[in-house]
Design a protein around this ligand. Structure first.
Ligand code: CA
Length: 284
């Protein structure tokens, strides 16, 4: 295998949100054997680097669901921001529908001051109707969301638009399925946008020419490598573009059924070093 793309959450990260020693070892082994490794994630690149800083791993990073590609040394290699007028329509809509949302730019994740209070209100509303166990899961999802690096709080969406910084990805998060459904209805036929989901409770928007798959193809071309000898590992619908474009693919045991169906095989779970197992399988 010449190029391996690895999703982060639910794939490379275990449920403690760390990278296991086994996975680190396997990635380094692949690199030693001359295979290029790229992390391909919905996360922002600067957030990925923060996670990698706890390891001695250094890789290419496809971030913001394919809207950015960064070199191993952190230099931006390629980016596809959302067009200004589309960004304005998205943010106005999310604001009106009282969504918690995050806007991924070059070095920060812009989010309105009142966003966390909005989510807490959603959580309070569903609290009475759900068992404690379920609420604990939702609270954990929230904590994970807030554990990203680089938040910058703004007073309004207009402040984001006026800043004029590139917008690579807009992530909307809600505990209310009807709200999420409304988002899918509103944006899925939007001509200039890619709409994906990386987890329960969210949907994410990028430029139509941004996806993990398109970015992986761009990178393989740049590196002079063949997509025939490229593998992709993931767990969620936002991985489908790279899983369908890479010639080899693996879904995590903990992955969504649609991803398992689209992949060559199902590997072990993220808590059982599924990435390491897949890498060794491909290196053989
Ligand atoms: Ca994932």
């Amino acid at each position: 295998m010449e190029l391996i793309a690895i999703d982060m959450d639910g794939t490379l990260l275990n449920s403690q949100n760390t990278i296991s020693q086994e996975n680190i070892k396997a990635i380094k082994k692949a690199q030693e054997m001359g295979t290029e490794v790229v992390i391909a994630t919905g996360r922002a690149e600067f957030d990925v680097r923060q996670i990698l800083a706890n390891t001695d791993l250094n890789t290419w990073v496809i971030g913001a669901n394919g809207a950015t590609i960064h070199q191993p040394n952190g230099t931006l290699f390629h980016s596809v921001p959302i067009e200004e007028k589309d960004a304005a329509e998205i943010l106005e809509w999310l604001d009106e529908k009282q969504f918690y949302y995050e806007v991924f730019s070059d070095s920060s994740i812009l989010t309105p001051q009142n966003g966390r209070a909005l989510l807490q209100m959603e959580l309070d509303r569903i609290q009475s109707a759900n068992p404690n166990e379920e609420i604990e899961k939702l609270t954990a999802a929230l904590e994970k969301q807030f554990s990203q690096t680089g938040f910058y709080h703004v007073d309004s969406y207009q402040e984001i638009l006026e800043a004029g910084a590139p917008i690579y990805n807009v992530l909307a998060f809600s505990f209310e399925q009807e709200k999420l459904d409304l988002g899918w209805e509103s944006f899925q036929s939007y001509p200039n946008l890619t709409l994906v989901s990386s987890a329960h409770h969210n949907f994410e928007l990028e430029h139509k020419n941004a996806s993990k798959g398109i970015a992986l193809q761009k990178l393989s071309t740049h590196l002079g490598l063949s997509m025939d000898r490229t593998g992709a590992i993931g767990d969620s619908p936002n991985d489908l573009s790279m899983i369908s474009m890479a010639s080899h693919s693996a879904a995590m045991e903990n992955g969504r059924p649609v991803v398992k169906e689209a992949s060559d095989f199902v590997t072990k779970s993220n808590d059982d070093d599924g990435v390491a197992h897949t890498i060794y399988h491909w290196l053989k």
